[in-house]
Design a protein around this ligand. Structure first.
Ligand SMILES: Cc1cc2nc3c(=O)[nH]c(=O)nc-3n(C[C@H](O)[C@H](O)[C@H](O)COP(=O)(O)OP(=O)(O)OC[C@H]3O[C@@H](n4cnc5c(N)ncnc54)[C@H](O)[C@@H]3O)c2cc1C
Ligand code: SF4
Ligand code: SF4
Ligand code: SF4
Length: 426
């Protein structure tokens, strides 16, 4: 394990070792790639071994229960719009939260992603939407344990390695009132890339990122309302002086006029997706992830219903987003069966769903050029040069297949030919 070997692929960054140490001798520090790893302060350490004991590395998951697999989307179009896939997470959270509860999830402020909790379901929007960056767990596991001891019900959501870290951390603590939800995860990218993007925006507009929505389905140039190739939406606040001059770089004006600005980039021309999905900048542990298996860490696994246009087009619902839900335990099944009343959809066959869900059975492979890419990312190469060198431009064929005769058109054609099986179209 990482704490003994120092091998980076053996550390998921789940932070269980940090939270278990009663001497506060473990801290997470960023390496040159921007990923965080635990470092032990030998002056404080008393050698109790707890940090090694809670590490989930090498611990395989075991779910012996027959899975319940489901596909569909939230009946409220607003919830669906505010979610990444079909809004299953919100339906689950709302069903779970009756009385004396807490919900944990990943929240974002600008580029910073961190875990926090809510005790009022009306704040669930804080956790909606995928933030494609590893979240800092902070004190969430400790807080979760305290809540469980106080008799609160807890819903904890995160990546599979975070759920595994939580479970190892909780150990013998009574987990009857705990429900865990994980996202299907094919890795987390180096935060340095988005930091470089922010530097680029600062130079150009004089301001950093207020908020980023990686998968926005609202109005954009081509992708409007389309979940399977959404846009990225970045909100910034430009500062100008009274004559309209924009602050740039180090230039600061005393009399500032803040003007909100939004930048949208369609999925197929956004260099972030090309570089990340080429597996050039994922965390080393993601290239050997032990959680990319059908034996899942959490009670419920959530993902995008990829392949929906091919094997269950009736769930496409005007391309507003659809969820794949895999219940791995009896608790997960019971809760989700109640939650699914807020959704439109039906049970699916696991084997069929797996055909379109690589991260459910295999981890990503490291791109052999990763070292060279990371060298450019860590170095002085600016954002535009980096993209020019590393991001692939979409081919004409791809653009035609996405924008002219894509999934949406294929489903529309299927609906014409199968009017009786047509989805609700919500
Ligand atoms: C890093 C990452 C990689 C993913 N990769 C895939 C994939 O390869 N294939 C696939 O089908 N789905 C993937 N997903 C899951 C997918 O994007 C949706 O998050 C999921 O389907 C839930 O969507 P929803 O509509 O139900 O709810 P939403 O409201 O969109 O879900 C929000 C949920 O995601 C959690 N979450 C958001 N960001 C993070 C984060 N950074 N770390 C931990 N938890 C987070 C929140 O805590 C909450 O539980 C990934 C998600 C993340 C965060
Ligand atoms: S061995 Fe014990 S005291 Fe030392 S870092 Fe690990 S948990 Fe902390
Ligand atoms: S407990 Fe988590 S953060 Fe600590 S070494 Fe193990 S995988 Fe890494
Ligand atoms: S791919 Fe695996 S190791 Fe990487 S963030 Fe996801 S669950 Fe954790």
């Amino acid at each position: 394990m990482y704490l003994d070997t120092g091998e980076k692929q053996e550390c998921f960054g789940c932070e269980a070792c940090v939270q278990v140490c009663e001497k506060d001798a473990v801290r997470m520090l960023e390496d040159e790639e921007g990923f965080r790893y635990p470092v032990i302060d030998t002056d404080r350490c008393i050698g109790c071994g707890l940090c090694r004991h809670v590490c989930p590395y090498g611990n395989t998951m075991q779910n012996t229960v027959q899975k319940y697999v489901w596909g569909g989307y939230h009946l409220d179009p607003g919830v669906r719009f505010d979610s990444t896939s079909g809004g299953a997470f919100s339906a689950i959270a709302e069903t779970f939260c009756d009385e004396n509860y807490a919900v944990f999830g990943a929240e974002a402020k600008g580029l910073l992603v961190f875990h926090s909790y809510i005790t009022d379901i009306r704040e669930v929007h804080r956790f909606q939407k995928s933030k494609y960056s590893q979240s800092n767990i902070g004190h969430s596991y400790r807080q979760c344990k305290e809540f469980l001891k106080e008799g609160k019900k807890v819903l904890f959501s995160g990546t599979p390695c975070q759920i595994a870290g939580l479970k190892k951390y909780l150990g013998n603590c009574d987990q009857e009132r705990l429900l865990t939800v994980e996202v299907i995860c094919e890795g987390v990218p180096s935060p340095l890339y988005m930091q470089k993007y922010e530097c680029h925006l600062k130079k150009k507009y004089g301001c950093g990122i207020d908020a980023i929505d990686y998968r926005y389905t609202g109005k954009s140039l081509f992708a409007s309302g389309r979940w399977d190739f959404e846009a990225e939406k970045t909100d910034i606040s430009e500062r100008r002086d009274e004559t309209g001059r924009r602050e740039q770089g180090d230039v600061q004006y005393a009399d500032k006029r803040v003007r909100k600005k939004t930048i949208k980039r369609d999925r197929w021309v956004n260099p972030f997706w090309s570089i990340w999905l080429d597996h050039l900048m994922s965390r080393p542990s993601c290239y050997q992830c032990q959680f990319t298996t059908t034996d899942r860490a959490a009670d419920i696994t959530l993902g995008d219903l990829w392949g929906v246009h091919l094997y269950c087009p009736e769930l496409y619902g005007r391309n507003g987003g659809a969820s794949l839900v895999v219940c791995n335990t009896e608790n997960g099944k019971d809760l989700f069966k109640k939650a699914s009343k807020m959704m439109y959809g039906h049970e699916l066959n696991l084997e069929e769903a797996l055909k379109y869900q690589g991260p459910m059975y295999k981890h990503i492979s490291e791109n052999p050029m990763r070292g060279e890419f990371m060298h450019d990312l860590e170095g002085a190469m600016d954002y535009q040069s980096l993209n020019k060198k590393w991001a692939k431009r979409p081919t004409i064929r791809l653009l035609i297949s996405k924008y002219i005769w894509g999934n949406r058109q294929k489903v529309a054609w299927w609906n014409i030919r199968n009017p009786k099986k047509k989805g609700s179209g919500a």
